[in-house]
Design a protein around this ligand. Structure first.
Ligand code: 13P
Ligand code: SF4
Length: 325
């Protein structure tokens, strides 16, 4: 058995984990570990990804089934099917769907079926390039901020539109006039950061550097010194010289871990007391971890994450395409 802990897990979980890392690193660690059971300290979409890339003899267990990322839940299969039908009915252009790793297996399968792929926050720009080599437009789901930040990076800022599946007034014809269509999804933990937080940190700590996750708003990313995935944030602090100050714009548990792991660096939460933990990640508490482990000792498998074989096969195609970029 192997225990995996995402960077956003609370200290009591991370301290019991065999591997700590970002969502993609953890799925790879699960596949590489010769373990019959993978107990995933993370959220549902991460455990599903681990189930997709591990072999059939490996069983993935999520200590709490309540640990569901709200952003992944903002792009449900039925809604995406309806939006796809509407958008593709008003244009002859080829639209390539790209989903962020933070999505459920059915959306990854949908993207594979429609000629698209999956990406992480570190390779989204390469996924866009892959898509534009094969089609005319991109539908990016579910995180509009990562999509917008990626479009900026590729010089396509003026070619984006947001598609809001909850708004009956959403105009498909207007949306497809643009090359990048962004799904109206976001992470409430990262949306909390504002440009003023960066300004305040710089005013209060003139030597401070700022690193943020690309799920943050465009203005925050523009004001920061470094932007990157949770592993990039970890590496940035690891590589900092003693005495440097880094303000971190991401989930608060990771900021607290970095402060503990690197006492030689001054680590600050970008928005102070207002920085949030992720309520999905928080569902994994030590009691649930102990419970699934004790049940395994009694020969009972609890909270198994089992993606259907059809979805697994398709989602694997979308993940393999990501590995090509
Ligand atoms: P990573 O893919 O960098 O681990 O981030 C996952 C996440 O949920 C960010 O909010
Ligand atoms: Fe989802 Fe945001 Fe939590 Fe990441 S931090 S798991 S994107 S809600």
């Amino acid at each position: 058995m192997v225990i995996l802990g995402h960077n956003y897990q609370r200290r009591e979980i991370v301290e019991h984990a065999d591997f700590v890392g970002d969502s993609y690193q953890l799925s790879k660690a699960a596949a590489d570990a010769d373990a019959e059971y993978v107990v995933f300290g993370g959220v549902t979409f991460m455990a599903e990804s681990a189930d997709i890339i591990t072999d059939d003899a490996q069983t993935v267990i999520l200590p709490s089934m309540e640990a569901s990322c709200p952003m992944a839940g903002m792009a449900e299969a039925l809604q995406v099917d309806a939006a796809w039908a509407e958008l593709t009915s008003v244009t002859d252009a080829d639209i390539v769907p790209i989903t962020y790793m933070n999505s459920y297996a059915d959306l990854k399968a949908f993207c594979a079926e429609q000629g698209g792929l999956v990406c992480t926050s570190s390779n989204a720009h390469r996924a866009f390039e892959w898509a534009f080599e094969r089609g005319d437009k991109v539908l990016f789901l579910p995180d509009k901020h990562l999509g917008e930040n990626t479009a900026h990076r590729l010089g396509m800022a003026d070619e984006t539109a947001v598609w809001d599946p909850w708004d009956p007034e959403s105009d498909a014809e207007r949306a497809v006039e643009n090359d990048v269509i962004l799904w109206e999804g976001y992470c409430q933990v990262h949306e909390r950061f504002r440009e003023e937080h960066v300004e305040e940190i710089r005013a209060d700590h003139p030597d401070a550097n700022v690193v943020v996750h690309p799920e943050c708003r465009r203005e925050v990313v523009e004001a920061a010194d470094v932007v990157g995935s949770t592993s990039t944030i970890c590496e940035t602090v690891e590589e900092a010289d003693p005495g440097e100050t880094w303000a971190i714009g991401t989930e608060i548990h990771l900021t607290n871990h970095l402060s503990r792991w690197h006492p030689e660096v001054e680590v600050l939460p970008l928005c102070g007391e207002a920085c949030m933990d992720c309520n999905a990640m928080r569902q994994i508490d030590p009691n649930y971890l102990v419970w699934v482990l004790e049940e395994l000792l009694e020969g009972r498998e609890r909270n198994v994450i089992d993606v259907t074989p059809e979805e697994k096969e398709l989602a694997q195609v979308a993940l393999d395409r990501m590995l090509e970029v």
